[in-house]
Ligand binder design. Structure first.
Ligand SMILES: [Zn+2]
Length: 237
């Protein structure tokens, strides 16, 4: 039976900071742990959004590509969808979205996921330009990104919430990706405004953290020598 209480994560955001960007998990392996998810490709190759079992990558050219099983990722999340509708949103900015997702509380001590399906009066996303070996740091690669904007676009916002305590393993707070119904825009969300949408939530009681143990570079890396990982993640994400 598929366990819908588990959030699976491969890699950590911390390993992206010094540029450990080798794809260490295949899409097929990721999707064995879920039909819904987000991630990035090797060398921060675009932004991955998986909804209803369909894995799309939005690349830095603004193109949506249906991914094959052998696509590799240095960092990704997935889970099996079992969302419950908790409300609707209209004319909501990101603060209103976060407040509604947290059901009025200032924060939450466990991981959860949110889906908003509807019409977005504004959507601003980014997709990083794929880098090749030797990989740059996250800060340097994140500067090489394409920005996309759309108005009145129908689609799905997929968000993962991580408690502050897990900043480093993930991004503390909300990590939002988007996919337009017509695939005209998608990727990592920088800003948005919801015109009208349904708000669905799925709470996890378990985080399954998987590490790239077969990657020597990762296993031998000394994270103590890196710059301030926490602030590097906050800046880039
Ligand atoms: Zn992202």
């Amino acid at each position: 039976m598929k366990n819908t209480n588990v959030l699976y994560q491969h890699g950590t955001l911390a390993l992206l900071v010094p540029g450990l960007l080798t794809g260490t998990l295949t899409l097929k392996e990721l999707m064995a742990h879920g039909d819904t998810g987000i991630g990035t490709g090797e060398g921060l190759n675009g932004e991955v959004v998986i909804v209803d079992g369909k894995p799309y990558q939005f690349d830095s050219f603004g193109k949506a590509n249906l991914l094959k099983d052998d696509f590799t990722l240095p960092f990704a999340n997935s889970h099996f969808a079992d969302y419950q509708k908790i409300g609707t949103l209209s004319d909501a900015d990101s603060a209103a979205f976060e407040n509604a997702s947290l059901e009025g509380k200032p924060n939450c001590n466990t991981f959860f996921s949110i889906l908003v399906k509807g019409t977005f009066s504004y959507m601003k996303t980014r997709a990083v330009v794929k880098s090749t070996k030797p990989f740059d740091t996250l800060a340097a690669t994140a500067k090489k990104q394409s920005i996309f904007e759309a108005h009145d676009v129908k689609g799905t916002l997929l968000s993962y919430y991580s408690p502050k305590l897990f900043h480093g393993a993930a991004v503390a707070g909300f990590h939002n990706h988007f996919i337009a119904d017509d695939l005209s825009i998608g990727g990592h969300i920088l800003d948005f405004q919801i015109k009208q949408g349904t708000l669905e939530k799925q709470v996890f009681d378990t985080l399954e953290q998987h590490f790239p143990v077969n990657n020597a570079e990762f296993m031998e890396h000394d994270f103590d020598k890196d710059e301030d990982i926490a602030s590097a993640i906050s800046k880039a994400e």
